[in-house]
Write a protein that binds this ligand. Sequence first.
Ligand code: CTP
Length: 371
Amino acid sequence: MEIINLNDTENKLFYIGGVVRDEILGQKSFDIDLTYVGNAIEFAKTLEGIEILKINEPFGTVRIKANGREVDIASTRKEIYERPGHLPTVTEIGCSLKDDVLRRDFTINALAKNYNTGEIIDYTGGLEDIKSKTLKVLHDNSFVEDPTRIIRALKFAVRFNFSLDEHSKKLRDDYLKNINYDMSFKRVKKELTETFNLNSQRAYDEFIEAGIYKLVTEKEVKKQNINIENLINKYKSLINPSNIWLIYLATIGDLSKLELTKEEKKILDDFESIKNIELNTDFDTYKAFENKHPETILIYGILKDLIPAINYIENLKNIKIEITGEDLQKLGVKPSPKYKECFDKILEAKCYNSNLTKQDEIMIAKEYFDI
Ligand code: CTP
């Protein structure tokens, strides 16, 4: 994993957090985080053959490009949570490595690896917890200071098949009984998307059963009796992978605390607009689901009725009429809103008999316009 050509023999540079955990687990890491015992920004300026991409002075972090890869180097730092649930404030830059790891979320994320020697530094028992597949917070106030860690625990539990230890679980449950909603929901949303985009029924079951959903809504939520993971897997090719989380979270019914993108809003608004329509015929179903995101249709399937949702995705969606406005003009019909009514009549007929040919469609049009 040599990234920076270092001739520094002070042993002040360490791989830190997820990258060390992932290497021990034999998993691919998303990004490489390094920490420098001291001021990382000053340190980066002394490096040769690298490019400095971004400096965050208050946090003492710097992003560099080295050997074609982007790497974050943080200064070892101490933090306090002046407003629990929000980003912490840095109180010291250049503290000891031990103090730096002690501000982190779980023991498995508090491992460091010496950049020069490869020695693993484990101040909190992270190695043992990786072995026993355990997620353990580093102190009793961890979830109070940063409730997003409750969702992070779920994410790591699902990603690595780990479990929260009993004490951390009790701390989580205590917090969930007394939530302080003055928190950064932007961070909550980030963790929710990362967790639920993993498409895991286990995450959903725990999210509801343990009451983790209470971080998102103050209303009571019941678990849906459907395996959402299987449903999504079945129709994966139709879904935007970054919207998977929304299919799960839609079951909460109230996402008003989260800031949604335009597309996310549309997916949910469209569900609201169709959820009370009576679907008595295939044509009703076709019209209700026509031009809707597949995500909306799956949400309908989960929350309202699976049968029409599947019927639309598997059958009705593929029904298209062949006749065009040009064909109607050729029949001598002047363009008017009647065109649309006629097309709908043909579509309705095709919903009952998808084998109708273009000739059949023209016959229906002639009948409609009394030609
Ligand atoms: N961290 C934390 N509390 C948080 C978020 C992050 O203590 N709420 C710490 C953890 O030590 C974590 C590190 O910051 O390892 C980097 O955070 P992030 O990149 O979000 O996590 P990774 O562990 O790298 O996980 P991923 O593989 O999902 O990127």
